[in-house]
Design a binder for this molecule. Structure first.
Ligand code: ADP
Ligand code: MG
Length: 691
């Protein structure tokens, strides 16, 4: 960055900490907040609520040496009173920069301390410097401690941006939307938006700038997603699985353990027609817990094998992947299909042998955890990849998988039980075709969900005895949160010891599974429970997804208040998988937060995964979205998925409408759209880089 006052060392720090390399980067990194400079609070009117803006003269300053660290205090005086300003960091540098008896504008949050107010680490700025800027809204940018200490603060940053903006016009910040869209949507021009987002004169300008930038981010995100889909469809061919051959037919006629539900049949038809066309399938299969997605996956894999291709099934946890491996191996016994299991815990010779067989084409099906995506895992000819129970398998992850194909990308089927709220699915899965299993296998009874407290334990124990007498099995789940992992484990141990009193050996057998166990040991315990050798399974949430033991009819969740909604729904889905009446008991302590009560109420009221997903998003809000961001699915500067849902759907609608008429953006009026779309990376919307 070549700017007066920023030498190479500072430039390095700024680039390292804030990712700002060029002046343009400053222009396209937006303020996270604005200070309304038109409103000044008199010091005597300060109340300890939000941040305030003060204007006064700094009449004294001193550094007070402390034992561990020094602090800087300064007195700010206006016509109404005085207040102390305090700094604990960057003390020397700030002390040097404060000029006594000059007027400052000060912004910060007042704290009451010993009957007086002070403000720690306020933003301060000389009034005269400030006077040159007309705007009432002063932008505030996020900064790093280091950068601000060496003088790259809001003040300097505003100055640089202000200066850069004086040269800005339509040719330096060219339009990125076609004229017809700008007009139709009554948006402001891009270069105006950039000016106004930094220095709006009033709220109306600020809102217009935000509207334009947010729309653009969302619109291009959707356009990129849908355009890439079209491009794949038109340009790149997929494998065509033309024959429904021996494996499929033999299994279907001779081995299918039950009649498929109507929904399963419909979905398999949809998948078959995708696989049989010469276009690559990218399909999302949604079906609530227990709706029978695994069978759909299995049949799809048989189609791939019938056509001479290999198939892959990935599950997010070791236990689930193991379970799929066991059950699928069992189902396909005697059919001459070679199946292997791969996870991080498969090592050495065994691993090498699997990789060899995979590459030579001798393996038909690989089942495993994320480990199957690693580079050394090379297929001979991967035709179909199934991703099970992956709620966050975004564009980026799929792109990685496409590369596992040889000449053509494999067909992809993503299976999920957690119905994703529409907003999320539009962004994460906006380019997928969707199949839905909206019907449960016959004979299923609705799971009865009840909320109970400690005082009900005696009845609960009795009820457990009851279920076991009927030959059923029981899960008891304890929360496990990383920071308090030890404590939680102690909880589980205690619960287990207590159980032993009521369910003593040798009449009763209890399994224990938790995250600290070796995968192998976990698996042994899981298998004992699955086979019915043990009646009770005490576990942490490792059994959360996918695990299938139809004979289990009672799910007891301890410390329910510590689980999220979608997690609870997943856990509950471990029972109710056979024909018997199943129960889910939510145990809690006595005191519950409002939120916890809402979660429990939702669980007791409904079994509908969609309703639960909506309630969950409502509750967790942006916290959840963070996770989404980390998964590499989304990257927006200004757009906020929670607040801007309207913009999201209108952006998607408009992108869809444009591509409907012009699937590959070849019309003259869409030249600009194509240029922008092609300059964007998958999953990353950084419109600052476009020029
Ligand atoms: P999920 O959709 O949660 O992955 P699974 O595929 O694990 O569900 O199926 C849940 C249970 O229902 C399994 O025990 C499975 O064998 C059984 N199942 C699946 N489809 C049917 C069907 N059409 N009829 C009867 N049982 C079925
Ligand atoms: Mg499943």
């Amino acid at each position: 960055m070549y700017v007066k006052g920023i030498g190479p060392v500072k430039a390095d720090i700024i680039s390292e900490d804030l990712g700002l390399k060029k002046v343009e980067d400053l222009l396209f990194t937006y303020p996270f907040r604005y200070v309304d400079k038109s409103f000044i609070t008199a010091i005597k009117n300060i109340v300890p609520t939000d941040s305030v803006q003060l204007r006064g003269i700094i009449i004294s300053k001193k550094i007070i040496k402390g034992q561990r660290q020094s602090r800087l205090t300064a007195m700010l005086k206006d016509g109404s009173g005085m207040i102390e300003l305090v700094w604990f960091k960057g003390v020397k540098w700030i002390e040097k920069s404060i000029e006594l008896n000059k007027e400052y504008v000060v912004y910060g949050k007042p704290n009451a301390y010993k009957g007086k107010y002070n403000i720690a680490h306020p933003e301060i700025e000389l009034t005269e410097e400030n006077a040159g800027l007309k705007s009432n809204y002063e932008p505030v940018y996020s900064n790093s401690e280091r950068a601000s200490k060496m003088g790259f603060d809001n003040k300097l940053r505003r100055k640089i941006i202000k200066q850069a903006l004086t040269h800005v016009n339509i040719s330096s910040i060219p339009e990125t939307l076609p004229q017809y869209l700008v007009e139709k949507l009554q948006l402001i021009k891009r270069y105006e938006a950039i000016q106004w987002i930094h220095f709006p004169n009033d709220t109306s300008q600020l809102n217009k700038a935000k509207a334009r930038i947010k729309f653009e981010e969302v619109f291009y995100f959707q356009l990129k997603l849908l355009y890439s889909k079209n491009e794949r469809r038109y340009k790149y061919k997929g494998h065509s699985f033309d024959s429904i051959g021996n494996y499929f037919n033999k299994y279907y006629k001779e081995k299918l353990p039950f009649e498929l539900t109507g929904a399963q049949k419909r979905v398999i038809k949809e998948i078959r027609s995708d696989l049989g066309s010469d276009q690559q399938m990218n399909r999302l299969l949604q079906g609530d817990v227990g709706s029978g997605k695994t069978m759909v996956g299995l049949l799809s894999m048989l189609i791939a094998i019938d056509n001479g291709y290999q198939a892959l099934m990935m599950a997010p946890t070791e236990i689930l992947a193991q379970q799929h491996h066991k059950s699928i191996t069992e189902s396909l016994k005697g059919m001459g299909i070679n199946i292997a299991f791969l996870s991080g815990s498969v090592k050495g010779k065994v691993r090498n042998e699997i990789l060899r067989l995979l590459k030579s084409g001798d393996l038909h099906i690989l089942i495993g955890t994320h480990a199957v995506f690693e580079d050394p895992v090379v297929f001979d000819n991967l035709g179909l990849a199934i991703i099970d129970e992956q709620h966050r398998f975004g564009v980026m992850q799929r792109a990685k998988l496409w590369k596992k194909g040889k000449e053509k990308p494999p067909h992809i089927l993503v299976m999920t039980a957690t119905p994703i709220p529409r907003t999320l699915s539009m962004t994460l899965y906006g380019d997928l075709d969707v199949s839905v299993i909206d019907e449960m296998p016959p004979g299923r009874k609705e799971i009865k969900t009840l909320h109970k407290r400690d005082k009900h334990r005696p009845q609960l124990i009795e009820f457990m005895h009851d279920q076991i007498k009927k030959g059923r099995q029981i899960y008891i789940v304890y929360p496990l949160i990383e920071e308090s992992a030890k404590l939680d484990l102690a909880d589980l141990q205690q619960g287990y010891d207590r159980l032993l009193q009521y369910f003593p050996a040798p009449d009763y057998k209890i399994s224990v599974v938790h995250g600290r166990m070796k995968p192998k040991d976990k698996d042994i315990e899981m298998q004992r429970f699955a086979k019915g050798s043990t009646q009770i399974m005490v576990a942490t949430t490792v059994i959360e997804v996918g695990v299938n033991v139809p004979n289990a009819t009672l799910m007891i969740i301890e410390n329910t208040e510590r689980f999220g909604l979608s997690q609870l729904h997943q856990l509950r889905g471990r029972v109710g998988r056979g024909g018997e009446q199943s129960y889910c008991i939510l145990m809690t302590g006595h005191k519950l937060s409002k939120e916890a009560r809402f979660r429990i109420k939702t669980m007791c009221e409904t079994n509908d995964g969609f309703k639960i997903a909506e309630a969950d998003l409502e509750l967790r809000g942006p916290g959840d979205i963070e996770g989404t961001r980390q998964s590499g699915g989304l990257e927006f500067n200004l757009f906020n998925i929670m607040e801007d849902q309207n913009i999201l759907s209108s952006g998607r609608q408009i992108a869809l409408a444009i591509l409907n008429k012009d699937p590959l953006l070849e019309h003259a009026e869409n030249v600009i759209l194509k240029k922008v779309v092609q300059s964007l990376n998958d999953g990353k919307i950084n419109l600052g880089r476009i020029s």
